[in-house]
Design a protein around this ligand. Structure first.
Ligand code: DX5
Ligand code: ZN
Length: 218
């Protein structure tokens, strides 16, 4: 069976202690560290930019997975690559030239991720699959942690897994991952599970059970 990676999202961590938070989640078994960049324009929330990513980088031993929820994207790719991002994901919905954006991410030396919102059909990624190392299926509308998992996206994951076939492309799930939803998306073919509130805040609004920071339980 497929090896499932857990990527805690530091969106739900203590923003004044990112270094300690990254070290703590890696010590608890995090496979990747998921870093949510929001611009208050593509999504209705603002987090931080490349300078913060560069400051976090030395505190992460493994993969720094940077999820860009920004528009425009292209003019910032080099800065996030220079900040040490291993994976840079851009949204298909963030502009008219996602093909160019994905080329630019690989050109900057990072793995290219393609994120799609819940309302975007899976067929939209078909002619981009030769340009990506990861497809991120959003299972909430991007912008905030702690939202309710959108179950219709499980079918999207299954269809995406069939489209990908034996290509070495990760399917990442982002939003509403809990001990209850994680097995559903893993069975549908996802192999990287982002989890914010389930790791840092003891559960989402949907599942307020005390998961604590028990990454192993997800
Ligand atoms: C949402 C972000 C997610 C978020 C997930 O816009 O992209 O990475 O942190 O948080 P949870 O796991 O709480 O849904
Ligand atoms: Zn994210």
């Amino acid at each position: 069976s497929r090896k499932i990676k857990i990527a805690p999202s530091i969106l739900s961590a203590d923003f004044a202690n990112f270094g300690a938070e990254c070290r703590a989640i890696e010590a608890e078994g995090a496979d990747w560290v998921h870093v949510d960049v929001m611009d208050g324009h593509f999504v209705p929330n603002i987090t931080f930019g490349p300078a913060t990513c560069a400051a976090i980088r030395p505190h992460i031993k493994g993969v720094m997975d940077v999820h860009l929820m920004i528009a425009p994207v292209d003019s910032y790719i080099d800065a996030f690559a220079a900040a040490g991002a291993d994976v840079i994901s851009a949204h298909l919905e963030a502009g008219p030239h996602i093909h160019r954006t994905l080329q630019a991410i690989r050109g900057a030396g990072a793995k290219a991720g393609l994120a799609i919102n819940p309302g975007t059909p899976v067929e939209a990624v078909e002619y981009l699959l030769d340009m990506v190392d990861l497809v991120c299926v959003m299972t909430v509308n991007p912008g905030f942690g702690g939202q309710k998992f959108i179950h219709s996206q499980i079918d999207k994951v299954a269809r995406l897994r069939r489209m990908i076939g034996d290509r070495p492309i990760h399917i990442e799930i982002d939003g509403g991952v809990t001990t209850e939803t994680a097995p559903l998306v893993a069975a549908a073919g996802a192999d990287v599970l982002v989890a914010g509130s389930a790791v840092f805040k003891g559960g989402s609004v949907d599942n307020p059970a005390p998961y604590g920071t028990n990454i192993a339980a997800i």
